[in-house]
Design a protein around this ligand. Structure first.
Ligand code: HEC
Length: 191
């Protein structure tokens, strides 16, 4: 009897879903979901436009604060002072190595714009708990990593304005892909 009851229940469910209209009777198109509004997107959107720092949030953090945070939340995978650890290689140095055959990829050597560091860390790190850091903490960690790479002084405090102003050494090292089929164009302002 048990199996019979189960069968009847399953059939009732099937009929219910057919009745609720998976497809729109008129157009034949599925009727799942609804168009998303700009306001709904804004609540989720943490994109930063990295060349000019547009959409960087308010907040600030110092090299000294970043150093403490890094030791507590990042060094387990990235090593002391970001010199390389159990999960990832060095995030320090390598500046200028792109013109040699032994390129060292670090935020300091590679990122064209410093706000990339903020965007990346806020979005993804620490890897075990992404988006758990406050904006002040992310600014502090960006300040610390830039300082380790010799790009800002020990006393630096990073916020939306100062971070955007940091001149990354490889800023002009990227070559636009101008193959006709990609139609890539360099865009630096108001893109
Ligand atoms: C559980 C391990 C783990 C922890 C903890 C962790 N990371 Fe990472 N991190 C990684 C791995 C793995 C990658 C490489 C990811 C990839 O290449 O896709 C990475 C990549 C990065 C990068 C990009 C490096 C580059 O060369 O572009 C940055 C910056 C970074 N982490 C910063 C941090 C900061 C800051 C913290 C602390 C808040 C942190 N990470 C904590 C594992 C970790």
């Amino acid at each position: 009897m048990r199996s019979h009851k189960f069968g009847a229940g399953a059939l009732a469910l099937l009929l219910a879903s057919a009745g609720s209209g998976v497809a729109d009777g008129q157009s034949g198109k599925p009727r799942f979901g609804k168009p998303i509004s700009e306001a709904e997107i804004a609540a989720w959107n943490i994109d930063v436009r990295t060349p000019d720092g547009k959409n960087l949030p308010s907040g600030k953090g110092s090299v000294a604060e970043g150093k403490v945070l890094f030791a507590a939340q990042c060094a387990a995978c990235h090593g002391d002072d970001a010199k390389g650890g159990s999960m990832y290689g060095s995030m320090v140095g390598g500046i200028g190595s792109f013109t040699t055959n032994t390129r060292v990829l670090t935020p300091g050597s590679m990122y064209p714009y410093a706000p990339i560091l903020f965007d990346y860390v806020r979005r993804t790190m620490p890897m075990t708990a992404p988006q758990s850091l406050t904006n002040d903490q992310v600014y502090a960690l960006a300040a610390y990593l830039l300082n380790l790479n010799g790009l800002v002084p020990d006393t630096a405090v990073m916020d939306a304005e100062s971070l955007t102003k940091v001149m990354m050494p490889n800023r002009n090292g990227f070559i636009p892909d101008d193959r006709p089929d990609t139609s890539a164009r360099r865009c630096m302002t108001n893109c």
